[in-house]
Design a protein. Structure first.
Length: 531
């Protein structure tokens, strides 16, 4: 290929493969389409063409020598080699300088070669089945020697050359992922309200057989996926997927064992894999998430009464139950048997269990409406629709009473108010105009949001029933529609007023430091996930 004089601005991998690069920043799309990890682009300084002929080098060294003599410094003694025909060289000494006796001889720099199977070489290929999931870019840094502060590490780049990097203190990626997950998604139980969220993770990480259980790979997968959700960290998703694949194999073997399937680590692995799907899945139907939750529900039923005899078991039970209720709320496929079974399990505080039962009954009403309002209208179905409408309104009143009777430990408060702004400025404000709610903790806030959603679903059922009964007449003139429309707008307004709290409003960040890692001043990923 003829050199046109223009340096290539392609990414390093496309330059090594000698293909056209689309130069998309920060990562090349051609690498992504070929299922390779794009290593990035060369620095702009490296791309610029510089005059590095021998005459230019001699001029630069002469100028540096004159400047050093004027300043009284010792210039470096270097030898310059120039070609003098074939097989002949000439050595020209620039200057001779006797260093003062006080000066110590320069220390030798040690070069340590890192094996060529580094992170980039192992993850830039499309076949990842034979890749060890425990290896990472951070693990390659373990080859750096700690014998000298001036030790350098040599890496092999895509073009076959090598370059040095000064040794620095590097935290392994698995440790970063663990701390990030604990600091954002594990909520220790606040005093007097609820039992926290994912609190079973901490004691299970310290059990003796943790390394030999499916929980080890499941926790690695979900923590690495959480870390990959940060800006400019998407390349870590491939590593998280490797851990996820291994966790699936380990969990399948554990569930086929009659003894292992009843262990805490097996149930915890199913829960964390469902959490993983919630973090990384782009599937609108969330099929992977629902499969893992269904598996966790089956394990809970299999364990029976022993499930709630320990703190770890009780924490996992409440998480699976709360997640199942949310799943039934937002998805159409509802198991009446599961809903009835969950409603009978009262193992938490009275206020939280009341909200749970009411939300379950709301889900049943919505499922009944879906079945009833299909097909043609008949006299019998019209009577049933009117009864269902009254049932939905009665349930909505009970949910309204739950808000009014909340104890202080569960009650929301108005922490402030956002001023009105023009419509074209809405996207730039931190809170929607109107009141801003604050909650005692994330657990209570999640219960409030679920109850608001239940009231929205109930009033949706009211509108559907009255519209189905009144068709083809205008149902918007009826009292039932007007009341349902009013209540629905109130619930939407309350949810909007709660949004700043879930997305890092500083009031709660300073008052509920219940996370085992990190600082309480930073917004937490758990609040956004619950929202």
């Amino acid at each position: 290929m003829v050199n046109t004089g223009h340096p290539s601005r392609a990414c390093k991998l496309c330059r090594a493969r000698r293909i056209k690069c689309d130069e998309t920043k920060p990562f090349c799309l051609k690498c992504a389409k070929s299922k390779r990890v794009c290593p990035g682009y060369r620095d702009a300084f490296e791309i610029n063409l510089r005059d590095e002929t021998q005459s230019t080098i001699r001029k630069a060294k002469s100028a540096a020598l004159r400047k050093a003599i004027r300043e009284g410094r010792a210039p470096e003694q270097e030898a310059e080699v120039e070609p003098q025909g074939q097989g002949q060289t000439k050595t020209c000494r620039i200057a001779e300088w006797t260093p003062p006796p006080q000066l110590q001889p320069p220390r030798k720099q040690q070069i340590i070669a890192v094996p060529e199977d580094d992170w980039l070489d192992r993850h830039s290929t499309s076949s990842s089945s034979d890749v060890s999931p425990s290896m990472s870019y951070a693990s390659s840094l373990s080859y750096i020697s700690n014998s000298s502060p001036e030790t350098y590490v040599s890496f092999k780049d895509l073009e076959g050359g090598s370059y040095g990097m000064p040794q620095t203190l590097q935290t392994p990626l698995d440790q970063q992922a663990t701390c990030f997950f604990l600091a954002n998604y594990v909520l220790a139980p606040p005093t007097g309200v609820g039992r926290g969220i994912l609190t079973f993770v901490l004691p299970l990480l310290n059990i003796p057989n943790f390394q030999y259980s499916p929980l080890q790979s499941a926790f690695s997968a979900v923590s690495m996926a959480a870390l990959a959700g940060r800006p400019n960290s998407r390349r870590l998703f491939s590593m998280a997927h490797l851990h996820y694949s291994k966790a699936l194999e380990d969990l399948t073997r554990a569930m086929q064992d009659k003894v292992a399937v009843r262990q805490d680590t097996t149930l915890a692995s199913a829960i964390l894999l469902a959490f993983y799907e919630g973090l990384v899945s782009d599937d609108v139907e969330m099929s992977g998430f629902k499969k893992h939750i269904s598996g966790a529900t089956a394990i809970v039923k299999l364990r029976g009464s022993q499930q709630t005899q320990t703190g770890v078991g009780l924490s996992m039970f409440e998480f699976v139950r709360a997640t199942s209720v949310r799943q039934y709320t937002f998805f159409a496929n509802i198991s009446i048997e599961d809903l009835t079974w969950w409603a009978r399990q009262a193992v938490c505080d009275t206020v939280g269990h009341q909200a749970l039962v009411l939300n379950l009954q709301t889900t049943l009403i919505r499922a009944e409406a879906d079945r009833l309002l299909k097909g043609a209208r008949t006299t019998d179905k019209i009577d049933k629709a009117l009864k269902l409408l009254q049932h939905a309104r009665k349930m909505d009143d009970e949910l309204g009473l739950w808000f009014d009777k909340c104890p202080p430990a569960w009650r929301k408060v108005v922490s402030g108010s956002a001023a009105d702004v023009p419509d074209d400025k809405i996207a730039f404000v931190s809170a929607y105009p109107g009141p801003i709610y604050d909650y005692p903790n994330v657990w209570a806030a999640g219960k409030h949001i679920n109850t608001h959603v239940s009231r929205l679903l109930l009033n949706q059922v009211v509108v559907r029933c009255i519209a189905w009964v009144c068709a083809p007449s205008d149902h918007t003139l009826t009292k039932e529609y007007i009341d349902a429309n009013k209540v629905g707008k109130e619930q939407v307004a309350d949810i909007i007023s709660s949004t700043p709290y879930f997305f890092g409003w500083t009031g709660d960040a300073l008052s509920t430091p219940y996370f085992p890692c990190g600082t309480s001043e930073m917004p937490k990923g758990l609040a956004e996930d619950l929202h």
